[in-house]
Design a protein around this ligand. Sequence first.
Ligand SMILES: [Zn+2]
Length: 214
Amino acid sequence: MLQIGTGGLGSPFALYLTAAGVGELTIIDNDILDISNLQRQILYNETQIGEAKVKSAKSILNKLNSDVKVNAYRDYVDENSIKKYLKEKHYDFIVDCSDNFKTKFLVNQIAIKNNLKCVIAGIKDFYGQIITINPKISACYHCVFSSIETPSDKSPLPVIGVTPGILGTLEALEVIKTTLGLPNLENKILMVNLIDLRFNIVDIIKNEKCFCSQ
Ligand SMILES: [Zn+2]
């Protein structure tokens, strides 16, 4: 299991996967814990402010379930840096828990190129969406979102703490259900509206012109 990002989405994701006894979890994140993160990044506490998030995450997750091997690397994920992690071992899943579109598209691309099952979630204030990708078979993130203008502003999207809590938990659920062969969000996107408490599933189809179809 390869987890990209260990913030708002990554906190519940890592906690549930570790609690479930995932076997081995590799987490990559470059951030240092700031007090402003604690509103949504429930893996952490006040005593860890100023530490690398991967270091704090590993220590908390090890205490939760010592049977799970947690590999935590402080690194910025880009097209080049990810290569060494992919070479090191075989992963069954890559899961996006990042806070920006650039990384989500990159995680999607890595999943397709390396034939890894993939879950990607995104959030903004009270809204979120989540998709599961089975490379070569189901529609990918790029099939759905390539035509959407991504904000040029590099600052993180505004967020209510509970929103990534719910979407990160759904990411863990998708991994568990996909592993068990249960119905999942392949060729579907789940749109979550936490203001009106609406969960809508939209069917999506693989774009024949997308790179995932080549
Ligand atoms: Zn595609």
